[in-house]
Design a protein around this ligand. Structure first.
Ligand code: SF4
Length: 375
C-alpha cells in the first residue's frame, strides 16, 4: 500500500523571493510558492538538495507537504511594494485540489497586473486557464510544461518509473495544447535531460516535434545536477531499480561533481537548438513584458544580449558569453531608457556604461538601429 500524505498548514512570515534582476532562463525576478514538498516526488528533483529542503529524510519530501495557508495574503502585501516584473509561481501537485492556494496567488498577480511564469508537471493547471488568460491579456503569462521524455522515446519506461507519481507526459502535452489554443505562450522545459535516458537523438527529436504538434513555442533544455542528499536519494533509486544505469551515472557524475561536463551539456543543448530551428520554434523562453512598461526597450535589449550570451556558451566561447552576460546585467540595472542614453551620449558613449565596453557598445548600437523585432 502507498504511503499516506500528511499536510501541515503553517503561516510563514514572508513568501516572495526577490532577485536583483530577472534571470536569463525564465525571465522571473520574483518567485513565490504555496507548498513545500511535492507529491510528484520525481526521483531526480533538485528540491531535495539540502540548501532547498527542510527534510532530514529525503523520502518525506513527497509525503510531508507543508502548506503556506496565508500565501495569497503575503504575496499581495509583498507585490504591492515591488516594481512590476515576472513572478514565477503556481504549484499544481494534488495538494492544490484541496487547498487552492495557487489559484488565489494567481488572482493576486492578475489584480496587481504582474506577469507570471508557471512551470508544471501536472495538467491540473488547466483548471486555472480562465485566470491565466486574464493575466495574459493585461500583463503576460507563460505556462511551460516540464517534459523530459515522450511515450514513443526509447527511454520512456525508465523515465516513467523515475517520475511515476507525476501525471504522464501525454497529459502535460494535452494541457499545453489547451494553453496554445487560448493564445497563451507555452512550451517545454526539458529539465533535467537525464543522461542516457533523455539525451539521445530520438528522444530529443520527439520532444521538439511533440512540443510543436501541441502548439508549444519553445523547448528550453537543462541538464541534471546532483548534490548531497538529492544525489544520495536519486542514486539510491537507480541502484535499486536500474543498477546498470546507476554504475554509468557514477562514472558520469564522479564524487564532487555537480552538473554534467561542459562538453556533454553543449552537445545536448546544441542538438536541441538545431532541432528547434528545423521545427521553427525557439530554444529560449520569450521574455514577458507588460504593455506600457517604461523599461520595455531595455528589457528587450537584455533579452537579446542574454540570447547572444547563450549562443556564445553553446559555441564554447566563454569569454564572449561573459561579455554579453555582463552587458545584459548593466542594461538591466540602467535607470534610464536605453534609447535616451543613446541619444544623449551618442554611439561611442554607450561604451562608457559600466559593464558594456567598446565591442558590446557596437553590438548594442547595431541592435538599436535595427530596432527590436517586438517590444
Ligand atoms: S514535479 Fe517538479 S518540484 Fe515536483 S518533484 Fe517533480 S521535479 Fe520536483
Amino acid at each position: 500500500m502507498g504511503r499516506r500524505t500528511v499536510f501541515t498548514p503553517y503561516r510563514p512570515k514572508t513568501i516572495l523571493n526577490k532577485s536583483k534582476r530577472a534571470d536569463h532562463w525564465f525571465w522571473s525576478r520574483y518567485s513565490a510558492y504555496p507548498y513545500i514538498g511535492c507529491q510528484h516526488g520525481c526521483a531526480f528533483c533538485y528540491c531535495r538538495e539540502r540548501k532547498y529542503s527542510p527534510y532530514d529524510d529525503p523520502h518525506d519530501f513527497a509525503y510531508q507537504i507543508k502548506v503556506k495557508e496565508n500565501a495569497p495574503e503575503l504575496l499581495e502585501r509583498a507585490l504591492r511594494r515591488a516594481p512590476v516584473d515576472v513572478v514565477f509561481t503556481g504549484d499544481y501537485q494534488p495538494a492544490e485540489r484541496k487547498f487552492g492556494l495557487s489559484r488565489r496567488m494567481l488572482e493576486v498577480c492578475r489584480d496587481l497586473i504582474f506577469p507570471v511564469f508557471v512551470l508544471e508537471r501536472s495538467p491540473l493547471v488547466v483548471r486555472d486557464l480562465d485566470l491565466l488568460r486574464e493575466i495574459h491579456k493585461n500583463a503576460h503569462a507563460v505556462v511551460a510544461f516540464s517534459i523530459i521524455s515522450t511515450a514513443e522515446a526509447p527511454g520512456a519506461a525508465c523515465v516513467r518509473a523515475i517520475e511515476n507519481l507525476a501525471p504522464a507526459a501525454e497529459k502535460r502535452l494535452a494541457a499545453m495544447e489547451e494553453f496554445a489554443a487560448a493564445g497563451i505562450t507555452t512550451g517545454t522545459c526539458a529539465m533535467p535531460l537525464l543522461p542516457e535516458l533523455c539525451d539521445d537523438d530520438a528522444t530529443l527529436t520527439s520532444l521538439v516535434r511533440q512540443t510543436v504538434e501541441h502548439g508549444g513555442q519553445f523547448v528550453l533544455a537543462g541538464g541534471l545536477t546532483l548534490a548531497d542528499q538529492q544525489r544520495e536519494y536519486f542514486m539510491g533509486v537507480l541502484t535499486r531499480d536500474m543498477p546498470d544505469l546507476a554504475a554509468r551515472y557514477e562514472a558520469l557524475y564522479p564524487a564532487g561533481s555537480y552538473g554534467p561536463s561542459q562538453e556533454a551539456w553543449r552537445r545536448v543543448a546544441n542538438r536541441v537548438r538545431e532541432l528547434c530551428a528545423s521545427f521553427g520554434i525557439r530554444d529560449r523562453v520569450p521574455r514577458p513584458i507588460v504593455a506600457g512598461d517604461k523599461r520595455a526597450l531595455n528589457k528587450r535589449l537584455v533579452e537579446w544580449l542574454a540570447d547572444q550570451a547563450y549562443a556564445m556558451d553553446l559555441a564554447g566561447d566563454t569569454r564572449g558569453m561573459w561579455e554579453y552576460r555582463k552587458a545584459a546585467w548593466a542594461i538591466e540595472d540602467l535607470p534610464q531608457e536605453i534609447g535616451l542614453v543613446r541619444r544623449t551620449l551618442g554611439a561611442r558613449g554607450l561604451a562608457s556604461l559600466p559593464g558594456v565596453g567598446e565591442r558590446m557598445a557596437t553590438g548594442i548600437e547595431a541592435w538599436l538601429a535595427r530596432g527590436p523585432a517586438r517590444v
